[in-house]
Design a protein around this ligand. Structure first.
Ligand code: G3P
Ligand code: MG
Length: 300
């Protein structure tokens, strides 16, 4: 064997080594293997089977659940925004995370003790920074009006607004708004209160809805038993809960898992590698960069 032949074998070995090394190191390759159909359409679908979700908008940089946080998430390239919805005293779906006004607004007491008119007088921005003073609490309708044609929405129905009644409650009110803005294909509902998922499916079985894992209601049931039992389209859980065992189960049963709330680059990579179909992040710009770099390294 001459030197040239020896060198060629060497090159071949290096290529084999590089391919094996990239396969081990590249999370997207693993994620791709587990890629599954998403239960919701994206306006900017790059077909990577992964969803960048702005948690309460781009809430690391703007006051959570405000129009400026949602606008920023869209401008940063998020493919979906997550928001929390509850009802005002006069039954209007409004976007705010806490049951009370105290933490994120200039008001006090329960959201549900205030009419929309009262809620609209409050400042939901100055707790975050003086620059955001005067930001109002948005209604779900205002967010949908903004999102239409731009960005998908995960509407998280807050537990405190859910009742035993499937009709005329928050689920139906939110769904009527989604229909009004013709965004049916671009909305994923979710709730920690499993009754909300059951109600949505009763209202219309085609409504895309994810179970937000809640231990007490789940009992001994596994994620796939829960998803099947509620006829859910996805399973959402915390990154702390998304174990290798759950990831394997979801991938075998074929339902997507969306993981919240991940703000560190290390955890983002870990969750993607584990097979998350999407990540909720307060920093969608950071997540976008991670996802793009993984794709680039996957292609080269
Ligand atoms: O829907 C994902 C995440 O938002 C659930 O937790 O408390 O931030 O609404 P939380
Ligand atoms: Mg939420």
């Amino acid at each position: 064997m001459n030197l040239r032949e020896l060198l060629n074998i060497g090159k071949l070995n290096i290529h084999v080594f590089l391919v094996v090394f990239m396969w081990i190191c590249s999370p997207t390759i693993h994620a791709q293997e587990q890629m599954m159909d998403l239960p919701v359409s994206l306006y900017s679908d790059n077909r990577d089977g992964f969803v960048i979700i702005g948690h309460r908008g781009a809430s690391a940089y703007h006051p959570e659940n405000t129009m400026s946080a949602f606008r920023a998430a869209y401008e940063m390239g998020a493919e979906m925004i997550e928001l929390d919805v509850t009802l005002s005293k006069d039954g209007i779906p409004v976007v705010i995370h806490d049951e009370t006004l105290d933490r994120t607004t200039t008001g006090q007491g329960s959201v549900s003790d205030h009419t929309l008119e009262e809620l609209k007088t409050l400042d939901a921005g100055s707790w975050f920074s003086a620059e955001h003073a005067g930001e109002p609490i948005p209604t779900l309708e205002e967010v949908l009006e903004f999102a239409k044609g731009k960005i998908s929405v995960n509407i998280e129905i807050k537990t405190e607004a859910v009742t035993d009644e499937a009709w005329r409650g928050i689920e139906q009110k939110a769904w009527e708004l989604v229909k009004k803005y013709e965004m049916e294909d671009y909305i994923l509902f979710s709730s920690f209160d499993y009754r909300a998922i059951a109600h949505l499916k009763k209202i219309n079985v085609d409504i895309a809805a994810a179970l937000l894992y809640e231990k007490q209601q789940s009992g001994n049931r596994t994620p796939s038993e829960l998803v099947e039992g509620y006829n859910a389209d996805a399973f959402n859980c915390s990154y702390r809960q998304f174990s290798k065992r759950w990831a394997k189960e979801a991938s075998e049963a074929g339902f997507p898992v969306f993981v919240y709330t991940v703000n560190s680059e290390r955890l983002m990579r870990k969750m993607i590698k584990r097979g998350a179909s999407g990540i909720f992040s307060d920093k969608p710009d950071v997540l976008k960069k991670i996802v793009e770099n993984l794709w680039k390294s996957n292609e080269s």
